[in-house]
Unconditional design. Structure first.
Length: 119
């Protein structure tokens, strides 16, 4: 089933969810980055933490409904759902997110793919 996003916020978070899961474990640093930096981005409208958490959970469940997740499908759908400016912001935000707890080879490879598809 092809990936499709109803909102650009879902597309943005779906890619970040892939980045968070690329090393097979989320970290406190990644969580803090999402709730402090990403939640505050204009695209999200600075929601309450509970609302952001609900959106993040929905998106994460959707991305990981297939194991392994359809990385290529998520990236293609995100490209379609996001403006060029939001794609640029997403690439830079993804790079910051992998550095939050130290980038590993899987995260670096995913970031390269994100840059190729969205950059």
């Amino acid at each position: 089933m092809p990936v499709k996003f109803e909102k650009n916020t879902e597309a943005f978070l779906a890619v970040l969810t892939l980045v968070t899961g690329a090393d097979d474990s989320g970290s406190l640093e990644e969580r803090d980055f999402l709730y402090k930096k990403v939640k505050g981005l204009a695209i999200f409208g600075n929601p309450a933490s509970a609302d952001f958490s609900k959106l993040l959970g929905k998106v994460t469940d959707s991305v990981y409904s297939q194991t392994p997740p359809d990385v290529d499908g998520v990236l293609a759908a995100a490209k379609d759902a996001l403006s060029p400016d939001l794609r640029k912001l997403l690439v830079s935000t993804s790079a910051e997110l992998i550095d939050a707890d130290g980038a590993n080879p899987n995260e670096k490879a995913l970031l390269d793919k994100i840059r190729r598809v969205l950059g």
